[in-house]
Design a protein around this ligand. Structure first.
Ligand SMILES: [Zn+2]
Length: 270
C-alpha cells in the first residue's frame, strides 16, 4: 500500500523535474535591469560597524546605511565622517533611543512610556543637527528604536510624517520582512528583518535569496558585526557580501535613502 500510494507522487515529481524553467520576465522596476533590491542597515552607532562592517562593505563594492544615536564616543566623529565620505548613508536613530521599559535595563527617564510625541520629535530634530554637523547632508532617513513607534501611549509616526524632519522611516519586522510590492509601500513604515548572533551565513543568504526569487525589496537590520551587541559574525557578514557580489547585476544593493527615493519615484510614475 505505501509503495502504490507513492507512485503518483513520484510521477508528479518527475514531471515537474522535466518541465522547462519558466522564463523570468524582464525587470523594469529596479535600475539597470536588476530583479530585486537589498538594503544593508546597521543600528546604534557601534564600534564594530566602523571596524568591521564598513570596511567589508567597501572592499566588496557596497554601501550601507548606518542609523546613529548621539551616544557614541566623540572620538568616533571623524570615523563616521569618513564613512559618509566613502559613500555610506548616515541615518537618524534618535539621539537618546527611548525604548519600552521591558526592552532592556535603562534609566527610567529613557523609558518610552515616559516620553511624549513632542519630546520624540525634538530628540529626532537634535539628532538631525548632529548628523548634519558630521556629514553636511540636509535630508535624512530614520529608523525607529526597538522597532516600536509608541511613546507615552501615542504612535509618533504620523506626527513625524507631518513634521518634515525625515523623508523615509525603517521599522522592524513585518511577517518575513520581504517587501513584495515595493510600489505600494508606506515610506514611513518600511519593514526590515533583524539578524543577530542567532543567525549564521545560511540565514542571511536565505533571506537574500527569498528576496531575489520574489523580485521585491529586502532590508537587513544589523547591530554588531563581529562584536558589540546582537552581533552577527564577521564571517557571516562577509559571506552575505560575497553572495551579493556574485549577483551584482541581478540584485541592486544600495543605501536605504537611495532605494526608497527610487521606490517613491516609481510609485509616482516618474
Ligand atoms: Zn537601536
Amino acid at each position: 500500500m505505501p509503495a502504490r500510494c507513492c507512485i503518483p507522487l513520484l510521477l508528479l515529481l518527475l514531471t515537474l523535474a522535466d518541465a522547462p524553467a519558466a522564463a523570468e520576465p524582464p525587470s523594469t522596476f529596479w535600475p539597470d535591469g536588476a530583479r530585486a533590491a537589498i538594503v544593508l542597515t546597521y543600528d546604534d552607532a557601534l564600534p564594530s560597524q566602523l571596524d568591521t562592517a564598513a570596511p567589508q562593505l567597501e572592499a566588496s563594492g557596497f554601501r550601507g546605511t548606518f542609523f546613529l544615536n548621539a551616544t557614541f564616543p566623540a572620538e568616533d566623529v571623524p570615523r563616521w565622517r569618513a564613512a559618509a565620505a566613502a559613500g555610506h548613508e548616515l541615518g537618524n536613530h534618535s539621539a537618546f533611543h527611548p525604548c519600552p521599559a521591558a526592552s532592556f535595563p535603562a534609566e527610567r527617564i529613557f523609558h518610552a512610556e515616559r516620553w511624549s510625541v513632542a519630546a520624540m520629535l525634538r530628540d529626532i530634530a537634535a539628532m538631525n543637527t548632529l548628523l548634519a554637523a558630521i556629514d553636511g547632508e540636509a535630508a535624512r532617513t530614520y529608523s525607529v528604536p526597538c522597532s516600536q513607534t509608541i511613546v507615552g501611549g501615542e504612535d509618533y509616526v504620523e506626527p513625524l510624517r507631518a513634521s518634515g524632519l525625515v523623508r523615509h522611516v525603517r521599522t522592524g519586522g513585518d511577517g518575513d520582512g520581504i517587501v513584495r510590492d515595493p510600489a505600494a509601500i508606506d515610506r514611513f513604515r518600511v519593514p526590515s528583518r533583524s539578524f543577530t548572533e542567532l543567525n549564521g551565513a545560511e540565514d542571511l543568504i536565505a533571506f537574500a535569496e527569498a528576496v531575489r526569487a520574489g523580485g521585491g525589496l529586502g532590508i537587513f537590520m544589523f547591530h554588531g558585526v563581529g562584536g558589540d551587541h546582537l552581533a552577527v559574525s564577521a564571517e557571516a557578514h562577509q559571506a552575505l557580501l560575497d553572495w551579493l557580489a556574485a549577483r551584482r547585476g541581478e540584485i541592486w544593493v544600495a543605501p536605504f535613502g537611495e532605494v526608497i527615493d527610487h521606490v517613491a519615484e516609481r510609485a509616482e510614475g516618474r
